[in-house]
Write a protein of this length. Structure first.
Lengths: 209, 209
């Protein structure tokens, strides 16, 4: 099995935000899809280790910001690579809230969905949430950022041709969160104790692509 | 609620192929996502009205071709707009089969996943299938086609700027299958008996975008 084949599934990039009485938090996710139109329902998967995961279970609702192509990479990093257990992610961030007081970003997004969880399913490392779309706002006609474009921009905003050419060089990617190793030391020479800096999985989950 | 906001969720484009003893069939889907990496599991949603839906339930497995950016639009139309109840979709098509004898396309794809259904969930108009990844093949370093790019190419391969400019003109889109109405008669003047030519939903499900 070539696990790199799984990286070919396309995704968008979203901010899942929720607020309980104690804590307001949000994290970046890519695994979102609409399942039915009548009624409008979407499903999304969140890692159990995320604080946002626990808060969504408590609250039963969330606001989903559909990030636009011009969303600053710093914003994605701030919400995606830090934990709400350590920092207040919304400190100094301009945001709005939906009808359930869940936070979303408007100027970084192209649209927003206000979601209510009607069921969930335990998937081991992740939980899938099944949601009714309570409200949906379209902000502009910007294109949504895809996870693929985000990774391309993050690696230096290469043109498509350059990205394809550099893709021919072997790279080590975390099979869990798709973090691309970019350290100075060749990946093979890293100690066995190395863990993914993003999702903390062991070195053994990395695959060569 | 502005249902056009839901169109901002990004998807890839896939061929879901399966073969029972009686019938070999496949259809185009966009709603696929990986849920966990350990073990490798994906979920996908299929309309109940599709023949492929019934065949997957019967077989319990499928091959998922992850279509590449250069997949001919005719191939997507042939598998997406016709029903296996009326035609043999694989007639005159060069294809391969996975370990479960399920059909997939290699030269039109960038990768292939061989999937085994371990559970399903009734979602009204659709069924969600939860699958183990039995095998995964990476064919090349082509980019996967996104549903967004497919719609752009289908409407004449406009450049991004042209697409954005034309997007400012109101268009009527089926909220179920995202078919864009392109008839001569203004949409508002169509009879109430009009149905979406792709998914057969009534005129009332169309939204102005």
């Amino acid at each position: 099995m070539d696990k790199a084949a799984l990286f070919k599934i396309s995704y968008g990039l979203f901010l899942a935000g929720t607020a309980t009485e104690e804590k307001e938090n949000a994290c970046i996710i890519n695994t979102v899809m609409q399942v039915t139109s009548i009624p409008a329902r979407v499903t999304l998967a969140l890692q159990k280790r995320n604080l946002t995961h626990d808060l969504i279970i408590k609250k039963g609702s969330l606001a989903l910001s559909i990030l636009a192509q011009d969303c600053p990479l710093d914003t994605i990093a701030a919400f995606g690579l830090k934990s709400g257990r350590d920092v207040d992610k919304f400190l100094n961030v301009k945001y709005k809230t939906d009808g359930n007081k869940n936070p979303y970003l408007e100027s970084e997004s192209t649209a927003m969905l206000s979601l209510s969880v009607f069921d969930s399913r335990d998937m081991g490392t992740h939980t899938m949430f099944f949601c009714d779309v309570l409200d949906a706002l379209l902000f502009n006609d910007k294109k949504p950022i895809t996870y693929d474009l985000y990774r391309e921009l993050k690696s230096g905003g290469k043109t498509e041709a350059a990205a394809i050419s550099s893709a021919k060089k072997a790279e080590w990617v975390c099979s869990v969160c798709h973090y691309k190793y970019d350290g100075e030391i060749p990946f093979e020479e890293l100690p066995d104790s190395y863990v993914c800096p993003v999702c903390k999985q062991p070195k053994s989950v990395f695959v060569k692509v």
